[in-house]
Design a binder for this molecule. Structure first.
Ligand code: CTP
Length: 418
């Protein structure tokens, strides 16, 4: 998936995720100001209200007119702005804000933050914000040499130690023609970082392993057997777990989905490859969520060359072999993680989910009706554990994934502090 397709897919997911949030978006001097326009739209589309503050340098790169039109609010550029009834814009700004996001943050502005200087409105507002309830998120954007300079390294470490959340930067082509670290994250990435920042950290310090998507079992080099699965539910769970503060590894079958930010991804094709990837990783994880639609059988012998009709062969009969059951094998491991299985059924959901829970030896099974969710962005879940059953009504997969992550977090044994 290319960047713009990923952004489009992601922007559908984000609707309402920042509802009720008020964000002060600070722009400082840098070419990356062009991304701030898109960022404003993304934040607004996700439901946030956005108050833009620009430094004098930022106004060299993008106009306040553009930012006002996109944010639907007058832009603040000066601490002497007489429109504020009490003439204290630097105080008023953050008393009503949930976060200040400085994007782009220049090397000079980061240096100011590190020193607690406050000689213009944005740095003044950052310093005057109530630290405990108005977060400061900073998205650096600068030339790679500036980013690598010991002074910048020092300043970035200092603002992080003071509680700022540093987002990125990314590596890649730079406006100056050089290539390296220092590119500001893309607008949709910053939006997702902000959404993640506001999620409860219920899996902080935990490691989560997720399987997702179908597997593909080759018949010959051009044909194979697979299962219906878009991977969307598993990817949503990986994203939700990462948002909740977990370190997440996603073992994915062949799907065309963008990797959620902060998630480590391992791509596989066959059930046996998925089994080989998962089993050694599982004991190092606290939670294993098996959403993959693993093919139960594979052609016993994949042909090395394409089977040809023209050779006068009769319709081939394909001998099948059973694939390993990844979930059941993980659940049997000594020191197994907390295992969550999925049951995609066509009928008698509760009955099959209960039986599957027993058969696989796992504490929690999440049931869903396959044909009414395959490929869609919504789903409805039935949670079956030792205590009983609980329905999660139809909703967006990401919302369900976040709710499921909270359910899983509540069921985990308290972590041994050693
Ligand atoms: N699963 C797995 N490895 C397999 C088959 C299934 O890890 N070889 C996992 C799935 O990821 C899911 C759960 O087991 O979490 C249930 O998968 P499902 O295909 O519904 O169950 P099966 O055991 O294959 O039972 P059946 O096909 O008869 O319903």
């Amino acid at each position: 998936m290319n960047d713009s397709a990923a952004a489009t897919a992601a922007s559908c997911d984000a609707a309402g995720d920042l509802a009720g949030r008020h964000v002060v978006l600070g722009l400082t001097g840098g070419i990356a100001c062009y991304k701030a326009a898109e960022l404003t739209r993304e934040l607004a589309k996700a439901g946030a209200t956005v108050q833009v503050v620009m430094t004098e340098a930022a106004e060299q790169f993008i106009t306040a007119v553009t930012m006002q039109a996109l944010s639907n609010r007058p832009v603040l550029t000066s601490q002497w702005d007489a429109r504020e009834p009490n003439n204290m814009a630097h105080i008023n700004l953050t008393r009503v804000a949930d976060a200040v996001l400085v994007a782009p943050a220049s090397a000079d502005f980061i240096a100011k933050l590190a020193q607690g200087r406050a000689d213009e409105l944005l740095s003044l507002a950052c310093l005057a914000r109530p630290i405990e309830r108005c977060a400061l998120l900073v998205a650096p954007a600068m030339n790679r040499e500036m980013w690598a300079h010991p002074a910048t390294r020092r300043n970035v470490a200092q603002i992080a130690a003071d509680g700022a959340v540093v987002l990125g930067p990314a590596a890649g082509d730079q406006a100056c023609g050089e290539v390296g670290d220092g590119r500001m994250l893309e607008a949709h990435e910053l939006r997702d970082e902000l959404i993640a920042f506001f999620q409860p950290n219920v899996l902080a310090g935990r490691r989560v392993l997720v399987t997702a998507g179908p597997t593909y079992e080759p018949i010959d080099p051009v044909r194979g057997i697979t299962n219906l699965s878009s991977g969307k539910m598993g990817f949503a769970i990986a994203r939700a777990a990462a948002e909740a503060g977990a370190e997440v590894t996603l073992v994915a079958g062949p799907v065309a989905l963008a990797t959620p930010r902060g998630v480590r991804r391992v791509d596989v094709h066959t059930a046996r490859q998925m089994h080989d990837a998962v089993l050694p990783l599982a004991p190092r994880h606290d939670v294993f969520v098996a959403t993959a639609a693993v093919a139960d059988w594979r052609p016993a012998q994949a042909a090395e060359r394409k089977l040809k009709k023209a050779d006068g062969h009769a319709t081939p009969t394909i001998a099948m072999a059973e694939n390993p059951d990844i979930l059941a094998d993980v659940a049997r491991l000594p020191g197994a993680p907390y295992c969550v299985g999925f049951a995609a059924e066509s009928h008698d959901l509760a009955k099959h989910a209960r039986e599957k829970r027993e058969r696989k030896g796992v504490p929690l099974i999440v049931g869903n009706i396959g044909p009414s969710t395959f490929g869609r962005d919504d789903n409805a879940l039935l949670l079956v554990d030792a205590v009983g059953e609980r329905e999660m009504p139809r909703g967006p997969k990401l919302a369900l994934a976040r709710a499921l992550v909270r359910e899983i977090a509540q069921r985990l044994p308290v972590k041994d502090p050693r």
